[in-house]
Write a protein that binds this ligand. Structure first.
Ligand code: SIN
Length: 499
C-alpha cells in the first residue's frame, strides 16, 4: 500500500489514545525490553493506528515466570470467584461493545456490523465459562471387584500459552482465555501482530473485572518464533493452544513434543457447501452468502467449495451471484459498507493468485476477480462458475471473498468430492430430505456440520476439526476439558479386614 493516511476522526483518535499499548506482564503494563515497538495499521487506508510494545525473548520469559508464580494461588481460588470474574468481564465487554467493535474494525478491517457480531459472540464465551467454572466435577465409584473406592478429580493443567489469529481478534482470545480462567490456569497470550489492540483492551477489561496480577500476561510481538519457541520448550509451560494455519500448527505440535505439552490446535479448513436439487433454494442462497461472506471470507469455517447438484446449479449460481454482487466495499467504519479490505497485501496477493489460477484452470468468472485500485487491500467479491474438479483453488484455503462452484450429479459423488481433502473442520449441506441430512452428518468427514445452516459457530457447542484441521475442542462442555487434567485416587476397601 503506497497511500499515507492519518486518523482524523476524533472518536477513533480518542479510542486509540485510550487503548493500552504496552505489554501486560506480572506486575502490570510495561515497555518491551530495549523499548522495542511496532506499528499497527488500518488495512483500509494504511494509516498508523498505534505503536505497540514489541515483546522480546526476555519479555516472554518474564511472562512465563509470572504465569508460573501465579499458578498455585490461582488454582486455589474458589471456582465461584473465578466464575464471577468472568461474569463481570462479560458485562464489561458487553457494556463497551461499541469500543471493541470500532477497535476491531480499525485494526482488522471488517465492517462495524460484523465487529459488533463478533463482540457479542466473543463475550458469550465469557458468560458460558463463567457458568462452567462452578460445575467442574469428578466422580466416585466402587471398583468392579468391590475391593477399593475410586475417586476421580479434575485439576487445572497449569500455565498455558495462547497464540491467537488476526481474523477474530476478540472471539479467538475469549474462546481460550475464558475456559482457562474457569479451570484455574494461568496464561500467556500472544495476539497476532496485525491485530494486538483488541487483545490489549480485553486484558485491561479483565483486570478491571478483578483478574489478579500474573494470571494473564499479554505479549504482542513481531518476533513470534523467537519469543514463543523458548516458552514451548520450557518445562514450566503445560499447555499450548493455537488458532491459525495447519502449516504453523504442525510445527508447533512438533515443538510441543519436547515437553509433552497438552495441545489444542484449531487449524485450517476447506469447507464444502453442498446444495441438493431438493433444497429450499432461497434458504440455500441465504446460507451460502453467510457461509462465504461472514468476515469477508477470512474465516477457517468459511465455505471454500460450493458443490451444487446439476438440476439447480444454473439457478443457484444466478441467484447467489446476484446476492454477492450487492456487497459494498469500503472502510468498515463507513455507513453502507458490507465488506472491508483483506487484512494485508500478502493475503490479497494469495487470493488474486488463486482466482487467476482458477480461470487458467478453466473456471468461468461470473463476478469480480480483481483487486480494487487505490488505498487499502480491497478485493472484489468473486464468483467462479463451472470450476473443474481438479482446479488448484479447490485444494487451497482461500481466506477471502471468493466462491468457486462445482457441479455434481449424485449424493455419492458429492460426498466423495467433499471428503477429498486433508482438512476436516466443517461442512454445510442444504437439502429437504432429513434422511439424506442424517446420512451426510455421518459421512462427511468434518468436526462440525451445518445442516440447512450457513453458520455453526456457537459458544455452547464444541468447535474444532478432524484430520489436519486440528486437535481438541473450544466452547461447549468440551471446552473446559482442554484445561483440566484427570487425576485418580485409589482408596483401600473401607470394609476390608483390619491389619
Ligand atoms: C476461525 O475462523 O478461526 C473461527 C471462526 C468462528 O469461530 O466462527
Amino acid at each position: 500500500m503506497t497511500v499515507e493516511a492519518e486518523i482524523t476522526d476524533p472518536g477513533e483518535r480518542e479510542l486509540l489514545d485510550r487503548v493500552p499499548t504496552q505489554l501486560l506482564l506480572g506486575d502490570g503494563w510495561t515497555d518491551a525490553a530495549g523499548g522495542a515497538r511496532f506499528a499497527v495499521t488500518d488495512p483500509a487506508t494504511g494509516a498508523v493506528l498505534a505503536e505497540v510494545a514489541d515483546a522480546q525473548p526476555e519479555d516472554g520469559e518474564r511472562a512465563l515466570a509470572a504465569a508460573d508464580a501465579a499458578q498455585a494461588s490461582w488454582a486455589a481460588t474458589p471456582p465461584r470467584e473465578r466464575g464471577e470474574i468472568l461474569r463481570r468481564a462479560f458485562e464489561l465487554v458487553t457494556a463497551r461493545a461499541e469500543e471493541f467493535a470500532l477497535l476491531m474494525t480499525l485494526e482488522m478491517g471488517k465492517p462495524l456490523a460484523e465487529s459488533r457480531g463478533e463482540v457479542a459472540y466473543g463475550a458469550e464465551f465469557l458468560r458460558w465459562f463463567s457458568e462452567e467454572a462452578p460445575r467442574i466435577s469428578g466422580r466416585f465409584a466402587t471398583a468392579p471387584d468391590g475391593k477399593s473406592r475410586l475417586v476421580v478429580l479434575k485439576a487445572p493443567v497449569g500455565p498455558s500459552l495462547f497464540i491467537t489469529p488476526w481474523n477474530f481478534p476478540l472471539a479467538m482470545a475469549t474462546r481460550k482465555v475464558a475456559p482457562a480462567i474457569a479451570a484455574g490456569c494461568t496464561m500467556v497470550l500472544k495476539p497476532a501482530a496485525l491485530t494486538p489492540l483488541t487483545a490489549l483492551l480485553f486484558a485491561d477489561v479483565l483486570r478491571e473485572a478483578g483478574l489478579p496480577d500474573g494470571v494473564l500476561t499479554v505479549i504482542p510481538t513481531t518476533r513470534a518464533g523467537a519469543v514463543t519457541g523458548p516458552l514451548i520448550r520450557d518445562p514450566r509451560l503445560r499447555k499450548l493452544s493455537f488458532t491459525g494455519s495447519t502449516e504453523v500448527g504442525r510445527r508447533l505440535i512438533a515443538d510441543s513434543a519436547e515437553q509433552v505439552l497438552r495441545v489444542s490446535m484449531e487449524l485450517g479448513g476447506n469447507a464444502p457447501f453442498l446444495v441438493f436439487d431438493d433444497a429450499n433454494l432461497a434458504k440455500a442462497v441465504d446460507g451460502a452468502v453467510l457461509a462465504k461472506m461472514r468476515n469477508g471470507g477470512e474465516a477457517c469455517v468459511a465455505a471454500n467449495r460450493f458443490l451444487v447438484q446439476r438440476g439447480i446449479a444454473a439457478e443457484f449460481t444466478r441467484r447467489f451471484t446476484e446476492r454477492i454482487g450487492r456487497f459494498r466495499i469500503g472502510r468498515g467504519t463507513e455507513d453502507g459498507t458490507t465488506m472491508g479490505p483483506l487484512v494485508d497485501g500478502a493475503t490479497r496477493d494469495k487470493v488474486a493468485q488463486l482466482v487467476d489460477g482458477a480461470v487458467a484452470d478453466g473456471a468461468r468468472l461470473a463476478l469480480g476477480g480483481r483487486r480494487v485500485d487505490g488505498a487499502g487491500y480491497f478485493y472484489e467479491p468473486t464468483v467462479l462458475a463451472d470450476v473443474p474438479a481438479d482446479a488448484t483453488i479447490l485444494g487451497e484455503e482461500i481466506f477471502g471473498p471468493v466462491a468457486p462452484i462445482v457441479v455434481f450429479d449424485t449424493e455419492e459423488e458429492a460426498i466423495e468430492i467433499a471428503n477429498s481433502t486433508p482438512f476436516g473442520l466443517v461442512s454445510f449441506a442444504f437439502t429437504s430430505d432429513l434422511n439424506r441430512g442424517l446420512r451426510l452428518a455421518e459421512r462427511l468427514d468434518t468436526g462440525m456440520f451445518g445442516l440447512n445452516a450457513g453458520v455453526v459457530s456457537n459458544p455452547a457447542a464444541p468447535f474444532g476439526g478432524v484430520k489436519q484441521s486440528g486437535l481438541g475442542r473450544e466452547g461447549g462442555f468440551e471446552g473446559i476439558e482442554e484445561y483440566l487434567e484427570t487425576r485418580y485416587v485409589n482408596i483401600a476397601d473401607p470394609f476390608g479386614p483390619e491389619e
